[in-house]
Design a protein around this ligand. Structure first.
Ligand code: FES
Ligand code: FE2
Length: 394
């Protein structure tokens, strides 16, 4: 499946399945109920495997290209294995440089973002240019000889594709995002043209929660009306998903309540259906992309080092720039500030307290085995990928 016609057929098929699910209180299902154990979310040995065999082996998104739009723009990013500086290069490419001075390892950049022509180490003032090359050694007549070309900042592999910046958090790997996504998901991503949009005010949260609990929480269509009765639950259907499995990633459609007017009708996908559905892609191993009628949201989750009880969640909105939108700058700003306000309120008041409590509960040594229902198909597929990558038997 690689053409626009194929993608339209996927949407029509999913739309019809979703309407029939809504009609019969059904959803796409996994073949079996599965067990789950607290150690999956609390065991430091498993956390180390996840850090190395997932984040050290496969590509994942760390930014949208517009966050480092101009030459020498940088952001610092905490990855599970390395803290890196993402910086736009003179040739338009992006590099991810490990944020450690090669002299005695001081943290080179402490700012979250900025623009820099020369990184100067705060400890002894060695300096590096934006490509990571070692430029100057302080008092070098006394320091002694060494091969400067071998002491540039260490790079991890980066690729910019479909508007996003992807990395593998391991200098000894090569990155190929298209190969990782596979032809179908690569074609769907290309059709979205997210590179033409801008990332508006990305938010980063450090949470006292395992990254998989966080990811599961945002793959979960089963909790919507129970955990969000007065917000998302009012607008969205609960426990109705039409899903297409693409191996490492999967695509799915969920319903707004306004879709009910089409129950019982034989409909084709048209652009007007965007107002009544949410199209999502889980990009393995740690990302959810949601397509709305006017914008995209991207949610990423990654562990902090090998700590099973700490993670970083990043949330992004990608939409047309002020210029492309044709809106007055003030109107544009207010519009997205309002959108962010709604998202953040649900997150802080409703999702975070539940997910924080889940992690506290994983430390109960005798809580007993847990279950993942057949209706929780997205979480089964996420678990399948994680287990495959770390080589876990289940
Ligand atoms: S540690 Fe950076 S210059 Fe010494
Ligand atoms: Fe939620």
């Amino acid at each position: 499946m690689t053409t626009a016609t194929d993608i339209a057929a996927l949407r029509t098929r999913a739309l019809r399945d979703l309407l029939s699910h809504l009609d019969g209180s059904a959803t796409d299902q996994w073949p079996v109920v599965a067990g789950s154990s607290t150690t999956d979310f609390a065991d430091p040995v498993r956390a180390e495997l996840e850090r190395d065999r997932i984040f050290g082996e496969v590509p994942f998104i760390v930014a949208h290209g517009s966050e480092v739009a101009q030459r020498n723009d940088f952001v610092t990013v905490e990855l599970p294995r390395n803290k890196v500086i993402l910086i736009r290069q003179r040739d338009g490419g992006v590099k991810a440089l490990i944020n450690s001075c090669r002299h005695r390892g001081a943290e080179l950049v402490s700012e979250e973002s900025g623009k820099c022509r020369l990184f100067s180490c705060p400890y002894h003032r060695w300096s590096y240019d934006p490509s990571g090359a070692l430029r100057t050694v302080t008092l070098d007549s006394t320091f002694g000889d060494f091969d400067r070309s071998a002491y540039g900042l260490v790079e991890v592999p980066v690729e910019e594709r479909h508007g996003f910046i992807w990395v593998i958090d391991n200098p000894h790997r090569q990155i190929d995002v298209a190969a990782w996504l596979g032809p179908e998901v690569d074609a769907i991503m290309a059709s979205y043209a997210i590179g033409d949009l801008v990332s508006i005010d990305p938010h980063t949260y450090r949470r006292p929660v395992n990254w998989k609990i966080m990811q599961d929480g945002f793959l979960d269509n089963y909790h919507v009306k129970y955990a969000h009765p007065n917000t998302a639950g009012k607008m969205l259907h609960t426990n109705a998903v039409a899903l297409q499995d693409f191996g490492r990633s999967f695509w799915f459609l969920t319903a707004r309540k306004t879709l009910d007017q089409f129950i019982g009708h034989d409909v084709e996908w048209t652009a007007s259906m965007e107002a009544h559905t949410i199209e999502s892609i889980f990009l393995g191993p740690n990302t959810m992309l949601l397509k709305h009628a006017t914008h995209f949201e991207l949610l990423t989750f990654r562990p902090i080092g090998a700590n099973p009880g700490e993670s970083i969640m990043q949330m992004r909105i990608m939409a047309p720039s002020v210029e492309a939108s044709g809106l007055e700058p003030e109107h544009w700003r207010k519009r997205w500030a309002k959108n962010w306000g709604l998202l953040i309120a649900i997150l802080h008041d409703e999702d975070f307290p539940i997910l924080d409590g889940s992690q506290r509960s994983m430390n109960n040594l005798d809580a007993g085995p847990m279950l993942l229902g057949r209706n929780e198909i997205a979480s089964h597929l996420f678990r399948r990928l994680v287990d495959d990558l770390i080589g876990a038997a289940r």
